[in-house]
Design a protein around this ligand. Structure first.
Ligand code: 0X9
Ligand code: ZN
Length: 408
């Protein structure tokens, strides 16, 4: 960890490093192996206090998601329709199958709604959980907007498990509420982070303009030209800089090669477009919007786009979020910080929570940054899925309780 003010200096001196600076005066720096010694020497030389959180990221990635023991996988195979275990991070097809499994198994309350298709053609599957009857307040929960944040889809599916399969524990949450739950909102990025690059954040769209450009010269006879066409182009858009509210005002990049590339226009991505269209269709009904990300252990409130303003009803939002944070902490003592994105991390516009609040006018719109605080960062060992799921479910349940009781 270093003082945030010194990050720019460190990064400029160390090519290949990446960083995440926070408002609390700390920053996480990721350095390639051949810069690690230089980085440590540099920090010592400048008397910048630091702590090594992950010594070897490649090794952490290798051990993060162990394959199941054979006996265990047989149990899952025999469970009649899905392979979700919450003991390891699953590929998109397993998560999709779990959504469909719930829809088949609990027909009277669950329905799969395909709200759109990703760039690479994957269906964006929302599970609608509703016991029918007259219109009720609804809760929207999405996960996996950033590919590498694996704990997010794992936690959202854990929420589905509790909500649907253990529904007898909290019947009023289904009697008095409807739920729209999208466990993986950026499936292309999620799959890419499983197969090619564990730290992939963005979508997988091809930059605009690229298609019209000539392919590499004289490739025609050497096989399919399509993959070559885009060889030197940077792929993907940060889906949390792409929403049409204060787009590109702050914290987004216009360079397609950056991790925070905001897209060539708002809602350039089929994923964000589909989510926004669906939410808009149900905006009168949706009382609570939750987007699950990682990492930092923060319950973030709008606005993210400005450091100087807060929503008029910020206090209401804060008081409700406090219920969530307290209920979550009661499970095993996990501390969450509570505040606006701009004050706790950094200002950034074009994010989904600000859009939900500012455009769809959903009063309670939050981003939850799941564990941890940097010890493992994005590479949270799979052994922590269940405990993270349990505590997050308690936090979400506390808010749901409030809406189920009719805002008492
Ligand atoms: O930067 C983001 O998109 C989110 N953090 S993450 O590390 N998961 O990428 C935070 C978004 C917070 N909301 C706004 N800035 N409005
Ligand atoms: Zn994120």
């Amino acid at each position: 960890m270093v003082g945030a003010g010194q990050v720019a200096e460190v990064v400029a001196a160390m090519p290949g490093t990446e960083f995440l600076a926070r408002r609390n005066g700390s920053a996480d720096i990721l350095a390639p192996p051949d810069s690690a010694d230089g980085l440590v020497a540099f920090l010592k030389d400048k008397s910048i206090p630091y702590k090594v959180l992950v010594d070897d990221l490649q090794e952490a990635i290798r051990t993060e998601n162990p394959l199941p023991a054979v006996e265990e996988s047989e149990v899952w195979e025999n469970r009649g329709g899905h392979r979700m275990s919450w003991r390891r991070y699953h590929r998109y097809k397993d998560i999709e199958s779990y959504i469909d499994y719930l829809a088949h198994t609990y027909k009277e309350i669950c329905e799969t709604v395909i709200i759109g298709t990703s760039t690479e053609g994957r269906p964006l599957k929302v599970l609608k959980v509703s016991s029918g009857g007259p219109k009720k307040p609804a809760i929207w929960i999405d996960g996996g907007l950033h590919g590498r944040e694996w704990i997010s889809p794992a936690t959202v599916t854990y929420i589905l498990l509790q909500l649907v399969e253990f529904r007898e524990k909290h019947p009023h949450l289904l009697e008095n509420l409807d739920w729209y739950i999208l466990p993986v909102s950026n499936p292309d990025g999620y799959e890419y982070s499983h197969v090619h690059d564990r730290l992939w954040r963005k979508t997988r769209s091809i930059p605009v303009g690229t298609k019209k450009r000539r392919p590499y010269p004289a490739l025609g006879h050497r096989g399919p030209s399509r993959p070559h066409r885009f060889r030197s182009q940077c792929v993907g858009v940060d889906p949390n800089r792409n929403w049409d509210f204060k787009w590109m005002k702050i914290g987004g990049s216009s360079n397609p090669c950056d991790d925070n590339f905001a897209g060539h226009k708002p809602f350039s991505e089929p994923e964000t477009r589909a989510m926004a269209d669906f939410i808009t269709m149900h905006k009168e009904q949706i009382a609570l919007f939750l987007s699950l990300h990682s990492y930092s252990q923060m319950w973030l409130l709008p606005w993210g786009w400005t450091e100087t303003e807060k929503p008029d009803d910020y206090y209401d939002m804060y008081v409700l979020a406090e219920k969530g944070v307290n209920a979550l902490k009661a499970v095993r003592g996990t501390d969450y910080l509570l505040g606006t994105s701009a004050e706790l991390i950094y200002a950034s516009s074009g994010a989904s929570d600000d859009w939900a609040k500012g455009v769809a006018r959903i009063k309670y719109a939050y981003t939850i940054e799941l564990p941890d605080t940097g010890m493992h960062g994005f590479i949270l060992p799979a052994s922590q899925i269940e405990s993270t799921g349990q505590e997050t479910w308690e936090g979400v349940r506390a808010l749901a309780q409030y809406f189920a009781e009719g805002y008492n």
